[in-house]
Every structure is written in structure tokens, then in C-alpha cells.
Design a protein around this ligand. Structure first.
Ligand code: ADP
Length: 460
């Protein structure tokens, strides 16, 4: 297909191809097709440049736009992470809004739209990633841009009943209907998004599952994101966790790996562990929860609060249940390099994912991909993680019911090898079939096929 692929994401790896499934997949898609990757870069200057900065990259171009300290505070920490993140993760109680955040979000998106409109050629396709850029297509349309513009939202689509908590929420429909294709993680997200269109007096749903608003038609489809399975397998094969991790004789391992974020259900997870400890039968083996939770967005108050809560609860549980030779919860507040992470996944008898809301949750897929096929561990997975839709062979739990999760831990620890293998085979098949390369292909094929909207005006 003619024209370049133009990818927009807030984060862009500037040193080499970068690591992490998404970054590598975008790098490969751009290397195969040629194009431009555009991302943000902080500047010390008081005013952001109106021009992109070009960076060396083989096979395609990398361009960055500047974010001043004020942009960082208002657009990134403010509107993106203190308003949109809690809104989409069903925590409207945590929304921390100031008018300057909305101004900063609009300012950065309008500036980027102007810069982008300057360099777009008629056949280019634009692929915008995530909640930092909801209004980008709308601002591009206002500038007369007619190119195909697709969007992928990596986090849950906000519930229609929560949306009025978004300041200036009336414009939200203009933002999202300006895209030609909206990609979401799950069928459930698609249903929520279409329901939002259905509920709007000026929008209508079409039979093919797309939504019409004014003169524009937007396709809404799910593309569950996957991982790079081979990289995970190689990492898990490369190293054994036993050299680093000391466990007692017969002691079992439960692993949790998450950014320290309130959406991940970490407090519930500790409480579930407490419930398991409380109900543990005398003949049940000891198990330790290794919770790896690196710091995240610490400038935002809600993130500092969850850190305090975790420290308190870990201390309380260990105070009550530790023995001289057993500490049931090991909480590590730092990142772990990928090979060790994979080795720990493989060593763990149980992978525990208890998100209260989560776009996909890649940790669930990484845990499965790292297992030894002859002696696989068991995935306990929250019904509220997007991954649950594709992974029914995990032990699916309601993370709000900590006793249910405690029982699932017990069931996982007792599960016979045959059942573990059967569940693993099904889970691994899905993880392999719909991996990260499948995801980029599926999205970009759909974007290439979706009808182009020739009208550019947005409805008021
Ligand atoms: P989110 O994108 O909300 O952080 P995901 O589970 O989808 O959640 O992705 C998290 C990614 O970050 C995974 O690839 C995971 O391996 C990685 N990660 C999470 N915690 C750590 C950690 N402590 N050390 C290294 N990588 C981590």
C-alpha cells in the first residue's frame, strides 16, 4: 500500500530499537513498511519548539516533539494520569482535576496536530496510541487533514456512566469520532464504546458495527495486544531463578509483577494472601508471595498513598504469619531485569493477577509464555483484566472477593500435573497465536481496509 505509516506514542525509544513487546513490534512494523515514529521528549526550555527534532534510526524516521516542565505537569501527570487514567480505570473518586490540566492537554495535542499536519502527505496513514492523544484526530480534522487516522486505546474504554466526570465531556464524542478506526483491547471495551455512541442523540450505530456521528463513520473493533513469545521463552531458558532466590524445603512460590498502581488490585492481593494463610490446612505446603512492584508516577498523590498502604499491609501480614524460616510476603519495590523476571515466572507455581481494571495485562501472558511445558505453573487471573477474555483456562477470579482469590491460590497449589498441563497448553496456544506481531498486522490490515471518511468537519 502506498504512503507512509506514521506512529504516534507518548513514549519513544531513542537509543536503538528499544525493548518491551510493543516497542519492538512498532519498530518492526516501521522497519518493514517504512515511515515515521513520533514521540515526546522533555525539554528544559520554557517554550516548546514548534518543529520536530529528528533522530537517527535505520529504515524509518524517529521524530520527537518537546514537552516543557509545564506540559509534563499539566498534560502528562495532570490530565493524562490524574484525570483520564482514573476515569478509564473506574476510579472517578481519584480524579484530581485542575483547569490548567485540561488547557495543557489541549495545548500539547493542538501543537502536535499542527506539527503533524505540516509533514503529512496525502497517502500517509496515522496510528495514534493511547489516552495521551484522545483529541489528536479531532484537531487534525479541524486543520483539514483527510488522511486515514487510526487509534488504539491500550487501557479500558471509559464507562458511559463515568464519562460525565470528565470535565468538558461533551467534546469527547468529537474526539473519538474523528478517528476512522478505534482499536480496543476486548469485546467488552467495544461494547462499552458502542453503547456510548448509542446513547448520544446525534450518533447512530450501523449494522457493520461501526458508529456514525454527523458525517463521519468510525469503525470500532477489538485487537487484543499480545507479547513477543520467543523473547520470553529464550529469557526463561537462559537463567535459573534458584541461583538468586532462596526458598525453604518444599516451599512454593506465588509471583505478582505489576507497576505500583491502584488499578492492579495489589492491596486486594495481599488480603487474598492473608485469607489463604488464615485458612491454610496444616498439611498444605508453605508458599511465599513474591510481589515485584516498581515505583510508578510517584508525583501523583494516589500513587504515593498506595505505596504506604502496601508497606503497612506487608508488615502486618508478615508480623502475624512469619516463622523463623519463612516470610510469606516478599515485597520488592524496584524493577527487575527481563531475564531474571522470566526465570522467576518459570520458577513460580502460581502467577497471581488481581487487577481491578486493566486494559489487557501483559504479565498474565508473560507468565504463561515462561512456563516449563512439562511442569507448568497455574495462572490465577482477575475477571477485570482484559486478558481474561482470551484466557478462560486460567483460574478466573473476582478480585474484590479476597476469600475467593485465597481459595483459588489453594486450588492452584494443589492442582494435579495433568490438569496444569492441559490448562497450560490451551493458554499457550492462544498466547502464541495472537502474539504481538499478529496484533500489529491485524490492526494495520484493518486500518488499510477501513473506508476513508472524506468529510473533515466535526459536529458541535
Ligand atoms: P501496564 O502496562 O499497566 O504496566 P502490563 O501488565 O500490561 O501493565 O505491562 C507491564 C509490563 O511491565 C510487562 O511487560 C511487565 O513485564 C513489565 N514489568 C512490570 N513490573 C516490572 C518489574 N518490576 N520489573 C520489570 N518489568 C516489569
Amino acid at each position: 500500500m502506498a504512503g507512509r505509516l506514521i506512529v504516534i506514542s507518548n513514549r519513544i525509544p531513542l537509543e536503538g530499537p528499544g525493548s518491551g513487546g510493543l516497542v519492538v513490534a512498532l519498530h518492526e512494523a516501521l522497519t518493514d513498511r517504512g515511515g515515521i515514529w513520533i514521540g515526546a521528549q522533555e525539554t528544559d526550555a520554557d517554550t516548546a519548539s514548534e518543529k520536530f527534532t529528528r533522530h537517527e534510526a535505520p529504515g524509518y524516521e524517529k521524530l520527537t516533539f518537546e514537552l516543557t516542565a509545564k506540559d509534563q505537569e499539566e498534560y502528562y501527570l495532570g490530565f493524562s494520569n490524574s484525570v483520564l487514567w482514573p476515569l478509564c480505570h473506574r476510579r472517578t473518586d481519584l480524579i484530581d482535576f485542575e483547569s490548567r490540566y485540561a488547557d495543557g492537554y489541549e495545548r500539547v495535542n493542538r501543537r502536535l496536530a499542527h506539527m503533524l499536519a505540516e509533514i503529512l502527505e496525502p497517502e500517509d496513514r496515522v496510528w495514534v496510541h493511547d489516552y495521551h492523544f484522545f483529541p489528536l484526530a479531532c484537531f487534525l480534522r479541524e486543520l483539514g487533514v483527510k488522511n486515514r487516522v487510526g487509534y488504539f486505546l491500550h487501557i479500558p474504554f471509559p464507562n458511559g456512566s463515568d464519562l460525565p466526570a470528565l470535565p468538558h465531556h461533551e467534546t469527547f464524542i468529537d474526539w473519538i469520532s474523528s478517528y476512522d478506526l478505534i482499536g480496543l483491547q476486548t469485546q467488552r471495551d467495544v461494547a462499552v464504546c458502542l453503547e456510548f455512541f448509542r446513547g448520544h442523540p446525534k450518533a447512530e450505530l450501523l449494522l457493520d458495527g461501526s458508529a456514525k456521528y454527523g458525517s463521519r463513520t468510525t469503525q470500532v473493533r477489538s485487537f487484543p495486544i499480545g507479547i513477543d513469545v520467543d523473547v520470553m521463552l529464550q529469557a526463561a531458558d537462559a537463567r535459573r531463578a534458584d541461583a538468586t532466590l532462596r526458598l525453604g524445603d518444599g516451599e512454593r512460590l506465588i509471583i505478582g509483577v505489576d507497576r505500583l498502581d491502584y488499578s492492579k488490585g495489589l492491596v486486594n492481593r495481599l488480603k487474598a494472601m492473608e485469607s489463604w494463610l488464615q485458612h491454610r490446612e496444616p498439611d498444605e505446603p508453605r508458599a511465599t508471595l513474591l510481589q515485584i512492584a516498581p515505583p510508578s508516577r510517584e508525583k501523583v498523590l494516589a500513587y504515593r498513598e498506595i505505596r504506604d498502604e502496601m508497606e503497612l499491609l506487608t508488615g502486618k501480614i508478615n508480623g502475624e504469619y512469619s516463622e523463623i524460616d519463612w516470610t510469606p510476603v516478599r515485597y520488592i519495590h524496584k524493577p527487575v531485569e527481563r531475564e531474571l523476571l522470566a526465570a522467576l515466572y518459570r520458577r513460580a507455581d502460581v502467577g497471581l493477577v488481581t487487577s481491578l481494571a486493566d486494559g489487557m495485562n501483559l504479565v498474565a501472558k508473560e507468565y504463561v509464555a515462561s512456563q516449563d511445558p512439562e511442569d507448568p505453573g497455574v495462572l490465577v487471573l482477575s475477571n477485570f483484566a482484559g486478558a481474561a477474555e482470551q484466557m478462560p483456562d486460567a483460574l478466573i477470579v473476582n478480585p474484590y472477593d479476597v476469600d475467593e482469590v485465597g481459595e483459588a491460590i489453594s486450588q492452584a497449589l494443589r492442582m494435579p500435573l495433568d490438569e496444569r498441563k492441559a490448562r497450560y497448553r490451551e493458554l499457550m496456544r492462544g498466547v502464541q497465536e495472537q502474539d504481538i506481531r499478529w496484533w500489529t498486522r491485524a490492526y494495520l490490515d484493518a486500518l488499510a481496509r477501513c473506508p476513508v471518511n472524506l468529510a473533515t468537519e466535526t459536529e458541535g
